[in-house]
Write a new protein. Structure first.
Length: 279
């Protein structure tokens, strides 16, 4: 009996060490058509959870949580398989959008910096004191907002979306990543530089940035609509979608395509939320 108790304690400690627990919402679910492949649950914080192909009850429960917009506490094992998802009371729901925050965006022009050195100077000013478990979209929003307030820089956001093909092939834990991006003049040409203060030590070209995360080193095609990613999950490993600095989460890109809603400025409650969650 003593041996069994010791074994169970060690097993529990092992699950705790290698598993994860966090709070988020369900963004969407990609259902598997193949018995050997699990369903992919795409979570709002950018993470992925895997649910076994035959577990229809869990998939149904997650779909209901998604429709209600529930905040859920998610437990994953070391291979990102879903162990549990508990609905929580959300005391700080998102503020309703105001109509004045949306409209035609006719005059937005990304700032073109005079050199790579100028981009590097901005990169070095980006704060690094973010929380260890912060989400990329919150960090990116604060970085873009702070530089806009400091220098008036009109930056962009560069979203990288990982396809189900890539997630299945590499058992990958994210379905999107995002970082600020700037335009620089180099050797007489205007180029794009990703400013990812968490994962890089300097501004990088788009391909060099995505290569950090794409193990196959395949190019991420640039697309403009969310459906260009959502409807083409098996053709590529990833897609890039550049947007203005005002976009916060993937749902903004999706909403723009579905409704024509265009963000025209930073929205106060989103900035406050990003600060609170990231720093």
């Amino acid at each position: 009996m003593k041996f069994l108790i010791t074994f169970l304690l060690l097993l529990t400690a092992s699950l705790s060490a290698f598993g994860e627990r966090f709070q988020t919402r369900v963004h969407s679910i990609i259902r598997s058509d193949e018995p050997a492949r699990p369903h992919i649950v795409r979570l709002e914080n950018g993470r992925v959870a895997f649910v076994e192909k035959g577990d229809a009850r869990t998939v149904f429960g997650l779909q209901m949580s998604r429709k209600r917009g529930d905040l859920v506490e998610v437990d994953l094992d070391g291979k990102f398989r879903l162990l549990s998802a508990l609905t929580l009371e959300d005391r700080r729901g998102p503020a309703p959008k105001r109509s004045e925050d949306y409209g035609p965006l006719l005059s937005y022009e990304p700032t073109v910096l005079p050199s790579l050195a100028a981009a590097t100077a901005i990169f070095r000013l980006m704060r690094r004191d973010h929380q260890r478990d912060s989400q990329c979209y919150n960090r990116a929003h604060v970085w873009a907002y702070e530089e806009f307030r400091r220098s008036g820089l009109n930056s962009q956001k560069l979203f990288m979306f990982f396809t189900s093909r890539y997630i299945w092939n590499y058992n990958y834990k994210w379905w999107f990543h995002v970082t600020p991006m700037v335009l620089t003049t180099e050797d007489g040409a205007v180029v794009e530089r990703a400013l990812d203060r968490t994962f890089t030590s300097r501004p990088l070209l788009r391909k060099a940035w995505s290569d950090i995360f794409i193990k196959s080193k395949r190019e991420c095609p640039v697309v403009r609509k969310y459906s260009d990613y959502e409807n083409h999950q098996q053709e590529e490993d990833c897609y890039h979608i550049p947007v203005t600095m005002y976009y916060w989460q993937p749902r903004d890109i999706d909403a723009n395509e579905r409704t024509g809603a265009e963000k025209t400025s930073f929205i106060d409650w989103e900035v406050d939320w990003a600060y609170d969650e990231a720093f």
